[in-house]
Design a protein around this ligand. Sequence first.
Ligand SMILES: [Zn+2]
Length: 412
Amino acid sequence: MKSTKLTINKSRLLETVQISSSIGSTEKGGLRRLALTEEDKLIRDQFCRWLHEEGLEVRVDDFGNIYGRRAGRIHDGPVVAMGSHLDTQPCGGHYDGILGVLTALEVIRVLNEQNIETEYPIEIINFTNEEGARFAPPMLGSGGVAGIFKKEFIYKRKDLSGKTFEQALEEIGYKGEEKHRIQSVKHFIELHIEQGPILEKEHKSIGIVEGIQGMSWLTVNVRGETNHAGPTPMENRKDALVPAAKMITSINDITQDIKGLKTTVGQVNVIPNVSNVIAGEVEFTIDIRHENDKNRQDAIDQLKEQLSTIAVRHQVELSIQTIWDSDAVSFSPLVTDTISEVAEELNYSSQRLFSGPGHDAKYMSYLGDTGMIFLPSINGMSHNEEELTLDEDIEKGANVLLSALLKLANVK
Ligand SMILES: [Zn+2]
């Protein structure tokens, strides 16, 4: 088939990545391009110039998401879209999100060069504030168009200086119109770095992402009795830290019973946290993830039981609160299989996997059939100035994106 023989222009793509890497660059060779800052404006301006050069119809919506549209034979048809984000963490790298936007641009350049017409229109997207580093929570741009967050909520998000999302959007001149939001989505593909070690370890070039893990955050409070470490006999103590330590161990051990479960206790607060005082209270967090929501919920139920058994045995009070739940997302088998077929046709090694972190694709999956392509991250590193994905993997990823997009933009 013609589509699989088409390839991208590697040196042009890498040059484009290099231009991006020069906007907001840090001394240590990374990028600092927080959402809606001056640096973000500069890369947005550059991105819009690139879109105009390709003759795309450029528009900006009320969340500052930027779209470039390439017409299809079916004029008003639903779009096949691709993209990601150009904003970064405070000490970010050159690739996280950025590759998803710039490989999409390269795909458009190849289609234009070869005069290839598609059945359905194609849109390339740069989503606003994916990282959430300046305005929490993350993925505000994609969550806004997917209806996850209300416009008022998004506009009122504040950065550390108290400036709102809406003010920042106006200041850089990227407050567009609500009618410009993406409308009907046939398919969406996001290419992204893995941000984990699996592909590199398995020596695979292409990750076919089956979905995004679901996640819950809980806080656990254990209450005993504060007392002096010297005179209080061991049998009279209500030390909150000892049962808390056993709880933390059991939270780790439960992952041996449920395959694919990940649990993390990342924050512990001991009160009063003094060396000669028995801890009266301990509070800690649990981050719990699984690709299957039922398994995650079962694990939470099982943990609650285990923790209360430990609390009873140690005669301490226990309260557990769920503070955040985010369900898992399964990507479209049609998109996932298309990516897999294309990788095979191109003779690239590939592997199916689940994403730990969230991505814009999560919210886009509520609007249309969605899939993701992962590329290896050297040492699994991201949100870091040393983030690295090899040139040859970038080339392979862009080729997979090109062929997958062409297939999807031509199937009924
Ligand atoms: Zn990202």
